[in-house]
Design a protein around this ligand. Structure first.
Ligand SMILES: Nc1ncnc2c1ncn2[C@@H]1O[C@H](COP(=O)(O)OP(=O)(O)OP(=O)(O)O)[C@@H](O)[C@H]1O
Length: 291
């Protein structure tokens, strides 16, 4: 990474940032979802985007994907992907997106292979007829996420973890160099979680930049190289062992750290801030406060 940091894509560096966001403010009519967000991701790293429900994680992804236009949304700011204009970069297939499960119509009559083949559409031309190399890329991608045996299953008949893996495979088949994953571990069993973690690590090792949103802190240690705390604005960025300190989580999630300590005292246990604590407190920053 680093978010808003000087490393990737700064003046004088040879390689442009995989993702460079500057001054991004997004408003859904009267709701301010993102405010003056700046971040920069370097290729070859997995970055965790961490924030409570409603903190703007999905909005950030949708902005990068060009999905925030219209319907009363106003957006200002600059998004560049590997130094290119975001629209052009998406057309080139540089960006892969794994949406939240509720954003997908799982009843749609397509099977696993159809969805993964969609990752090849950019290169298929108007007939959308898959060539041998496309079929090979799709088969390879299915193999990498462990879904080769389910290639002909309708997507609605997959488990939560398998559904996520289909979209990861689509991004792999596409040859994306920047991967955006919105809550990839929500509703996912431990086996799929480990499989997804391993695939993302190997994609980063091959030079991809990976941005993963979550409010599940338990999934992070094995996965991320860097972390970004988001609460409508960027709260903090840096290595996970620093960013995920209780006092920083408290600023992001509005957790009262003393409440944890009090609970510890009361139950005699060793409770520390974790996923179970991550509901915004009553005095956490809210949309109301932003108006
Ligand atoms: N289509 C929309 N219309 C109006 N408001 C929206 C819309 N989408 C999101 N919002 C609001 O924008 C803010 C940010 O929402 P967003 O979905 O980006 O957060 P999030 O961090 O992804 O939350 P979650 O973890 O619950 O998915 C919230 O206040 C949300 O209610």
């Amino acid at each position: 990474m680093t978010a808003a940091g000087p490393s990737a894509g700064s003046a004088g560096s040879a390689e442009p940032a995989a993702l460079a966001v500057r001054g991004l403010t997004v408003r859904y009519r009267e709701t301010l979802a993102l405010e003056d967000v700046a971040l920069s991701l370097a290729p070859g790293a997995v970055t965790g985007l961490i924030g409570a429900n409603g903190s703007g994680k999905s909005t950030l992804f949708r902005s990068v994907m060009g999905m925030t236009r219209g319907n009363g949304v106003t957006q200002v700011g600059d998004v560049r992907i590997y130094g290119r204009d975001a629209d052009a970069a998406r057309k080139e297939g540089l960006v892969g997106y794994v949406p939240q499960s509720e954003d997908v119509d799982w009843a749609f009559p397509v099977d696993v292979r159809d969805v993964v083949t969609m990752g090849r559409y950019g290169g298929l031309g108007p007939t959308r007829r898959a060539r041998a190399e496309d079929r090979r890329a799709v088969a390879d991608a299915l193999d990498r996420v462990g879904l080769a045996d389910l290639a002909h299953r309708q997507i609605g008949r997959l488990s939560g973890g398998q559904r996520k893996r289909v979209f990861v495979a689509r991004a792999i088949a596409q040859g994306a160099r920047l991967l955006l994953l919105d809550e990839p571990f929500a509703g996912v069993d431990k086996v799929s979680e480990a499989q997804i973690t391993s695939v993302l690590r190997s994609l980063a090792a091959a030079g991809c930049a990976v941005l993963v949103s979550t409010h599940d802190l338990a999934s992070l240690p094995d996965l991320v190289d860097d972390a970004i705390l988001l609460q409508r604005r960027i709260i903090m960025t840096g290595p996970p062992d620093v960013v995920l300190r209780p006092e920083n989580l408290a600023r992001t999630f509005g957790i009262d750290p003393l409440a944890s300590a009090r609970r510890e005292g009361a139950d005699g246990g060793t409770h520390s801030a974790g996923a179970a604590d991550l509901a915004p407190a009553a005095d956490a920053p809210s949309e109301g406060a932003a108006r």
